[in-house]
Design a protein around this ligand. Structure first.
Ligand SMILES: Nc1ncnc2c1ncn2[C@@H]1O[C@H](COP(=O)(O)OP(=O)(O)O)[C@@H](O)[C@H]1O
Ligand SMILES: [Mg+2]
Length: 275
């Protein structure tokens, strides 16, 4: 790899709707986005609901194709969706969504699902899988709980299980799309700390998407601010937070629930990014 791990140049994603009885409209969910992400780095993406964050995350993960521009992972464009090359790339790039209960199979014990993910990617054939699954479960704080079913775990534990399943594949890049947004504030802080520890240990790169600038600030080396599909500001996390240049960023910061003790505690308990 010579360039950054992920590179987006002039990326757009346009959705067409209507067009028969109603007039066709085009939504530019993502519009003219340029960004790079280095190995081992966390880029935070903030913006209000509907600003295009999730669409950007799907494009960055290669699970959706751009309508304009190019997305390159490890110096090569993502392979066409569902191709053999694309399935190989899936192992290297994982996505963690807001609601872990939708990301797991309610009928299977956690460890079975982790082994299943490894089997799908032909990792550690045979008996090695169960051992690797248990190692990953221990690593996320769920040691000995692999035989549990999803309904026997709390929301935070279930998100840890989803993280363990992703880790078991040995990814280099994880897109976290509102990954802690559904969790209680104290649990949020624990998961954020876990993600930072895993980054240090495995050299993971994160695209960390959240509508909550307070959450993003503490895990991100750099932050990009999204408004109506465009990146309106980006820079080192502390600079964006302490000296916001764009009026929209200033608004987001002003809207932070500083008055809420719970939100403040979450920000204070989460450890700042190392950079
Ligand atoms: N699959 C889709 N089809 C049509 N419109 C979509 C689709 N996905 C997202 N959009 C639209 O694109 C815009 C950005 O959505 P999204 O990326 O989900 O934003 P965010 O994650 O910031 O809330 C919204 O107007 C949304 O309605
Ligand atoms: Mg979203």
């Amino acid at each position: 790899m010579t360039g950054p791990l992920l590179r987006m140049d002039g990326v757009g994603r346009h959705y067409r709707s209507g067009g028969w009885l109603s007039r066709a409209t085009v939504t530019k969910a993502v519009d003219g986005v340029d960004l790079t992400l280095a190995a081992g780095e966390t880029l935070g993406i903030v913006g209000e609901s509907g600003s295009g964050k999730s669409t950007l995350g799907r494009l960055a993960a290669g699970i959706e194709m751009p309508s304009a521009g190019t997305v390159a992972f490890d110096d090569a464009p993502y392979a066409p969706i569902d191709s053999t090359a694309w399935r190989r790339q899936r192992r290297r790039v994982q996505v963690i969504f807001q609601n872990p209960s939708q990301a797991v199979d309610p009928r299977l014990p956690i460890v079975t699902q982790i082994c299943g993910a490894m089997a799908a990617h032909r990792i550690d054939p045979g008996a090695g899988r169960a051992g690797r699954a248990e190692t990953m479960l221990e690593r996320v704080g769920l040691g000995g709980l692999g035989s549990r079913y999803p309904h026997q775990l709390s929301g935070g534990q279930l998100q840890r299980a989803v993280i363990a399943r992703a880790l078991a594949l040995g990814p280099e890049f994880i897109v976290c799309d509102e990954a802690v947004s559904a969790l209680d504030v104290s649990v949020q802080a624990q998961i954020l700390n876990l993600l930072q520890d895993l980054q240090a240990e495995f050299g993971l790169a994160f695209l960390f998407i959240s509508h909550d600038l307070g959450v993003v600030r503490h895990v991100s080396h750099r932050i990009a601010v999204m408004q109506r599909g465009r990146l309106v500001e980006d820079g080192p996390a502390h600079a964006v937070f302490d000296r916001p240049q764009h009026p929209y960023t200033q608004q987001l910061i002003a809207a932070l629930p500083a008055a809420s003790p719970a939100a403040r505690r979450a920000r204070e308990t989460a450890r700042p990014a190392a950079a």
